[in-house]
Design a protein around this ligand. Structure first.
Ligand code: ADP
Length: 648
């Protein structure tokens, strides 16, 4: 920045008052002339005063004009009245005694300054009365005089005399006596000068000035009081700027007056802009959060609608605010009929409503509760579990409840079946044990002496022990299946040996029932890759069932063939057969037909479920064909896997 030489001052010199410093971004100190004239408020004050003076002058001018108009109106009325009054008198009245009366009347009605002249002329135009206090009669324009003297009615003329700007008004009226004009009355009047500085006006203007001054003073005081906090702010701002300038040479310097105000404004605007940007960013963030919340809410609603139990959400007054699809189907209603309605009105079930309204009331931290009930109105014969949980907001304030209604009929049935199964298995275990114990006691006590009978007893003990072993093995296998722990240990299985072992296991019970066992076997037995022990369990289960559910003198056929890369085992019996209804359930765990022929036989209902699982583990298939009283045909197919000797 270039300045005249005499404006440079050393940084250490004391600067003259007429300079003020500024600093640019580089922190350099510059000196610029201080504006010493008037500050903005002073300008405003002066302009305000000028406006007041102009206002008063205009007002005074208007007053004067008004006064002049009034004066003129009065003068015209007075002039007309006087000449009209005087012209009523005959000319002879203006001589002798009455002359003074007329002159007094004229002077009474007029002022000394206002009366220019008063003439009464005879019919020849000669003045018989003459009053000219201003002595201006000689200056009356002749045409005015002539017009007035010759007038036949009330006339009014205006003229100026050289010495005065003020117009002179002449009033003239002829005097008539007996219908003949005998003279003329002429009166010259001039309006008095209206002075701006009359005493009354000055007093009036003075009052106005006083009031205006008082108002200005009050305004000034008011503005000063109002601006005081702003001034304080400005001072604080200046101080901050000074501190900043001291602390940071690059910061803008504080200054007085408009400059600093603009800077302060700039700073405020920047702050406002920053705040607006922040609000905008917050809004964007809020909008995206809202989007996420809406998305999550929709997801939750979708999940709740997809789940296979009823969900109802109520507000704190137990009015329904949400209900899922499952529950709507159960109620056979649509959501419009339910939303906003009281819970008790929609689920009119005393036990549920009292459970919902009582649960958790008065508890410090109410959470959950559950009951198991039947709802015959909605689903006869089914059992439901009603669960209840309180919903709380972030401040742990209760905002509503969530009620779930779950159909647990099958769960309940399974539970009952489980209990029945345990009781049945206990019975199945107890029966052979009782037989073994009693036979054993008789043998030990020496009650049976006959060798053949002893042998028979030992056989029975042996058979019952096998039954027990199979039963326990079935339980163990089923437990493994349920745990997913039943695995197969594959090896080469020679099917001739497999068939031999299986048939041997049922020969004795079959003989007891005189059931014939026919075997249809190939010349070349195929070899399998599988778990021989488990395959034995599977085939023996089928053969055992055939024995159990075939009446005496019946027949069992066991055949084996190699067919389409499968080793196929067929077990056909001439037994009681299986009903169509039972056929759908026989592979389910612990299912036993209610057919009395089945019920009289011992069994746990585990055999076919275990068999099916073993075949599945071998990648095979099990099928059944049966008709009541027509016997049954079970077929197992195990795929023949490729294997190579020496590579296993
Ligand atoms: P369990 O024989 O111990 O009852 P299973 O699982 O082996 O259990 O058999 C289930 C049911 O299938 C039997 O209770 C019976 O009702 C039916 N079943 C199985 N095999 C035969 C069959 N050969 N003839 C008639 N019914 C059978």
């Amino acid at each position: 920045m270039h300045l005249p030489d005499n404006s440079f001052v050393s940084a250490t010199q004391k600067k003259p008052d007429v300079w003020q410093n500024t600093s640019d971004l580089g922190g350099h100190i510059h000196l610029v002339p201080r504006k010493t004239d008037f500050t903005r408020p002073q300008y405003i004050g002066i302009a305000f005063l000028v406006l007041i003076v102009i206002g008063i002058a205009l007002y005074a001018q208007t007053l004067i004009r008004e006064e002049q108009r009034d004066e003129l109106r009065e003068l015209l009325a007075k002039g007309n009245y006087l000449v009209s009054l005087i012209s009523l008198h005959p000319t002879e009245d203006f001589n002798g005694d009455k002359r003074d009366f007329f002159l007094r009347t004229v002077t009474q009605y007029t002022t000394y300054e206002g009366l220019v002249y008063f003439f009464v002329h005879n019919d020849s135009g000669y003045p018989i009365v003459s009053l000219t206090p201003s002595d201006l009669a000689a200056q009356i324009p002749s045409q005015i005089e002539t017009a007035s003297l010759n007038a036949m009615g009330l006339t009014k003329n205006t003229f100026h005399v050289d010495v005065s700007e003020t117009p002179i008004y002449e009033f003239a009226k002829p005097i008539f006596e007996n219908g003949k004009k005998t003279g003329t009355v002429r009166l010259g009047l001039k309006p008095s000068t209206v002075s701006l500085f009359s005493f009354q006006r000055m007093r009036f203007l003075g009052m106005i000035a006083f009031f205006i001054s008082a108002i200005i003073l009050l305004l000034y005081y008011g503005i000063t009081v109002t601006l005081r906090p702003l001034k304080r702010l400005e001072q604080d701002f200046k101080k901050t700027c000074t501190d900043l300038t001291t602390a940071s040479p690059g910061a803008p310097a504080s200054g007085d007056g408009i400059g600093s105000t603009i800077k302060a404004l700039e700073q405020s605007l920047t702050q406002v802009k920053q705040k607006l940007t922040k609000i905008e960013e917050d809004n964007v963030e809020l909008a995206s959060k809202l989007g996420v919340i809406t998305f999550e809410k929709n997801q939750i609603v979708n999940i709740l609608d997809a789940i296979k139990f009823g969900v109802i959400i109520t507000d704190i007054q137990d009015n329904i605010s949400y209900i899922n699809n499952y529950m709507l189907k159960l109620l056979k209603k649509n959501s419009n009929e339910v939303i906003g309605r009281p819970f008790g009105e929609i689920i009119a079930h005393d036990k549920i409503t009292s459970f919902i309204s009582q649960q958790g009331v008065g508890k410090q931290n109410p959470t959950t509760g559950r009951i198991e009930i039947a709802i015959p109105d909605l689903a006869p014969g089914e059992t439901f579990r009603v669960t209840h949980a309180y919903l709380q907001d972030g401040e742990k304030t209760l905002i509503g409840k969530m009620i779930s209604i779950q159909n647990i009929t099958s769960e309940k049935l399974a539970e009952i079946n489980k209990h029945e199964f345990i009781a049945h298995v206990a019975h199945e275990l107890k029966t052979p044990l009782t037989t073994i114990k009693s036979y054993n006691e008789m043998l030990m006590d020496g009650e049976v002496q006959d060798h053949e009978t002893q042998k028979e007893f030992y056989n029975t003990i042996n058979e019952e022990t096998d039954r027990l072993t199979r039963l326990i093995q079935d339980l163990l296998n089923m437990s493994k299946i349920e745990l997913g722990a039943l695995t197969i240990e594959k090896g080469l299985v020679k099917t001739d040996s497999l068939i031999g072992d299986c048939v041997a296991a049922i020969e004795v019970p079959a003989q007891k029932k005189h059931i014939a066992i026919e075997k249809i076997l190939p010349d070349n037995f195929p070899t399998l890759l599988g778990d021989k022990e488990l395959l034995k369990v599977a085939i023996i289960n089928l053969l055992n069932n055939a024995v159990k559910y075939t009446p005496e003198e019946g027949k069992i056929t066991l055949s084996l063939k190699d067919q389409d890369q499968m080793v196929v085992f067929d077990v056909v019996d001439t037994g009681y057969g299986i009903s169509k209804e039972d056929l759908r359930h026989i592979f389910k765990r612990s299912f036993r037909s209610r057919d009395p022929h089945v019920a009289e036989q011992s069994g746990t209902g585990l055999g076919l479920a275990i068999t099916a699982e073993i075949i599945r583990l071998h990648g095979g298939r099990i099928k059944v064909q049966s008709e009541l009283r027509q016997g049954s045909h079970f077929r197992i197919g195990i795929p023949k896997q490729e294997f190579y000797l020496g590579k296993q």
